[in-house]
Design a protein around this ligand. Sequence first.
Ligand code: ME8
Length: 665
Amino acid sequence: MTKPAFYITTPIYYPNDKLHIGHAYTTVAADALARYKRLRGFDVMYLTGTDEHGQKIQTRAQDAGKPVKQFLDEIIEWIQDLWARLDISNDDFIRTTEPRHTKVVEAIFERLIDQGDIYLGKYEGWYCTPDESFWSERELVDGKCPECGRDVQWVTEESYFFRMSKYVDRLLQYYEDHPDFIQPESRKNEMINNFIKPGLQDLCVSRTSFDWGIHVSRSPEHVVYVWLDALTNYITAIGYGSNDPALQEKFERYWPCDVHFVGKDIVRFHTIYWPIILMALGLPLPKKVYGHGHFLMKDGKMSKSKGNVIDPKLLIERYGSDAIRYFLLREVPFGQDGVFTPEGLVQRLNFDLANDLGNLIHRTAAMMNRFAGGKVPGPGKWEQVDQDLAALAEQTVLDVQEHMDEMQFSLALTDIWKLVRQGNKYIDETAPWSLNKRGESERLQTVLFIMVETVRFITVLVSPFLSKLPGQVAAQFHFEPEETTWDSLSRFGALKPGNAVDAGTPLFPRLDVNDEIAALETLTGVRKQSVPEESNSKNVQDKAVPSSVQEQTATQGKQEIGIDVFSQVELKVGQIEHAEKVEGADKLLKIQVNLGTEQRQIVSGIAKYYQPEQLAGQKVVVVTNLKPVKLRGVMSNGMLLAASEGDKLTLVTVPESMPNGAVVK
Ligand code: ME8
């Protein structure tokens, strides 16, 4: 049976400079979806590439004192090396300077002139060269480009125009008939309100004031507007316009595209101009355009001039590609903006990869060797705790599938990490070392079997996201190829006993937070946030002991304050990912909270009121700018709000729909 096709693309990036983690973000996200779809039995076509024409590239090459082609080749080599280091599994890489693309663009342009969609006129208006976009006087913001805030130039030249206006009604109808076409939903409203309702102008689609581009055949003084040139890469790469029957078949197979992944900055081009070009060519429209959010720096947008651009290669070299892939996809809900901080990165690596995932795998392999001679034992009778873990594992597969279908990568990873944490908890609770000591060998064998089966499930579940770990773990645990397919996850317990397990070494090192943040600061040039210092003042500790346990007296007796004082308190929505007891402290729980752009550890005096397992998933309100303190030797960075009355206490919660990191005011 032939596999169903799935075609996914990233933007083709401008090779005017090296790429940064923002570009890596889109490419890693598309890679995760491509890997997932392959695991689910699809014939995937994953395309990325480079957008090599236009005024910006020509100017940059001139500034570098190099012939344009040489300038481009050097950067493209750097970009392809970046994708190789990140294990990007693209099936093709298109360069818009390749003849397979340029020839087809020339023909498309001629056809569109012939059929009256493109006509000759004169352009007078503003142009933003960094964004390669035209703007009317009305659209400028304080005289600058409304997209990037940079200077624009006045352009007066003879140009070809595309009759966009002719297709507006059909476009709006398409939006209406295909409610999932633009994701997230909010971007659709933005497009309609900001660009379509005010009246869609015909688009200028050629330039005559420079010559680095595809020339219009019938009037070669015109070069094709770089966006028309670039957007068509999505069809030229898969064979549109080719005479070769194999390529024609390829085009039939993969078009229309299942999803174009783009940043929110270029949703306009992909959801207005691109569909209209396709309509004019009589081709079906893409099924979906997903406009994800931006990775920002603490001081705003990443930009060379601010000197705050993060080179992904530096990070990969230091932490490995899996760590960076995980961080990018976990840190920010796909669709929303997020801030890159060294603290956020180090915490993710320490908590999620070293403490949770690395630890689970290493403990399992080590105990298999200590207590079972390194061979997976056959299980005996299953107890409730075993059944519960099995049920969670099977449910996790369904949850991950649902979130991957919605392209919610961080939520899919959150699902997997619930299982990882539960796997660690299972080991703590079943205590194989005690079973061994007490000589309960049948129970020990069951527990060890279930530990390895949990590792197997997690290995397969993370394989769309992490590219190296699944192979390493499969080799260490000697999983059979049929034990690492997605379908093999349909039943927890399907693992074959008897396989050897090598002891191995920890897969992710634990990092020293302060040293690492300092190193990252030097490496990336990003300024350090204040690092929590251990406090030994009893007073400060008491004040920070979370919440209402101490502050039950409410406002009575407290001094009146002005809004200026209140506004110094920063409150945000956070989601509890994990909670556990603090050893030797009856009242305290150690809680990991996801604040959207960062992960926090908070020690809270609520152990009397909540069991740790009741807390995972709750959306709570966090005081985020409280000075960090150590409580019973455990660092606490923030406070949870709770309401209390007599001997009752309830955490203040917010609805599920409110995103992590949302400000409470
Ligand atoms: O726009 N956060 O190329 P480009 C997240 N050549 N993603 C980011 C990002 C950030 N801070 N910065 C960039 C172009 N991106 C055109 C595309 S497609 C037919 C032509 C990602 O090099 C994001 O995907 O400026 C964004 O849309 C893209 O890089 C822009 O890349």
